[in-house]
Design a protein around this ligand. Sequence first.
Ligand SMILES: Cc1cc2nc3c(=O)[nH]c(=O)nc-3n(C[C@H](O)[C@H](O)[C@H](O)COP(=O)(O)OP(=O)(O)OC[C@H]3O[C@@H](n4cnc5c(N)ncnc54)[C@H](O)[C@@H]3O)c2cc1C
Length: 375
Amino acid sequence: MMCAAQAGQRGRRALIVEHYHRLGEKIRISGGGRCNFTNLGASPAGYLSQNPDFCRSALARYTARDFVALVERHGIAYHEKKLGQLFCDGSAQAIVAMLKSECDRGGVEWRMPCAVSGIDRVDGGFIVATGDGPVRTTSLVIATGGLTVPKIGATPFGYKVAEQFGVSVVPPRPALVPLALAPEWLARYGDLAGVALDAEVSCNGGRFRENILFTHRGLSGPAILQISSYWDGKSPLAIDLLPDAAGATWFRDQRTSAAHVDNVLAQRLPRRFAEIWCAVHDAAGPMARLPDRRFVAIEAALRCWRVQPGGTLGFNKAEVTLGGVDTRELSSKTMGATRVTGLFFIGEVVDVTGWLGGYNFQWAWSSGHAAGEVV
Ligand SMILES: Cc1cc2nc3c(=O)[nH]c(=O)nc-3n(C[C@H](O)[C@H](O)[C@H](O)COP(=O)(O)OP(=O)(O)OC[C@H]3O[C@@H](n4cnc5c(N)ncnc54)[C@H](O)[C@@H]3O)c2cc1C
């Protein structure tokens, strides 16, 4: 919609073909129904891609501030929740309505719900076969998103189009997704379902300080969702249970305490977690009586608790898809396939994946706008 509105408002004739019966369904269900529509800190550092600089140009040319200005022009009330994350005060439906009205302003046409059965390359463009008959076009923009939540319309269609035209695809996998723990880990920590704690989680170059949440199947919460995008399917996560220097100093200050280790830790961590963690790590007895070597080992384990995920909860529970159309085959200025004139890919179908907190919508807006300026 962002791309079509922009193209339409430039005077181009734009048609959206959408196979699902509801418009902008992911917007509607996002952010708990309030749509975390952008992040004020959205910059290339907040995106993962095989080609990390690719997103730079589009994000710089259509920024979070630009989208906020659009939201304000439409009189949609919003607020910052935390960490630059902007949410609607009311329903996410306001964002869908705003985009629809921008499309109307550009005279955008619709086929919806309408399935696409195939695409043929012809002289000077493409013929798209749809359930409502063929469409001939000089520019074809693929904005079919990723593979998450298939029950609301997600399909691998975009990747198939890329393959059809010889554009490579970085294998898609679920990201911003809860992680499963193996049975032996669940046997120890599974009873903690519902317990949350503040920690710093790192893995493969990603590092996030936020809550982690124990679930019946493993781990979730913002820090885990974030780090899941960096998890390679095998590495352990390193969790700092005493994040920042204050945490470490605090623990050392307890060295001479007569209290048992789990009782000391329960001052900073949920009690049930402290008890189980101490039992698993053989951290028993009063702090003051711990031999120096044990104290140092316990402190090290608290600062770097190694947790081995067994897998992810998959595309049904993921917020976004990592991987996608290989950006090394696209122009970062236009989103056009460098070897297929007239073919464009925007949004989540492209191998650009944002952090949690409005980054993915901002990529959809910025990349859509970039293509909308040239199609
Ligand atoms: C539960 C949930 C909550 C989220 N919350 C947030 C959030 O708060 N903030 C944030 O930044 N991101 C959030 N995201 C991620 C965000 O929704 C996506 O990154 C974003 O919607 C991608 O936009 P897109 O236009 O590329 O794809 P989509 O929004 O997925 O749109 C793709 C469209 O293409 C249609 N389509 C697919 N295949 C075909 C086909 N073969 N023919 C015709 N049409 C087709 C689909 O029906 C869909 O309407 C959330 C995701 C989920 C699943």
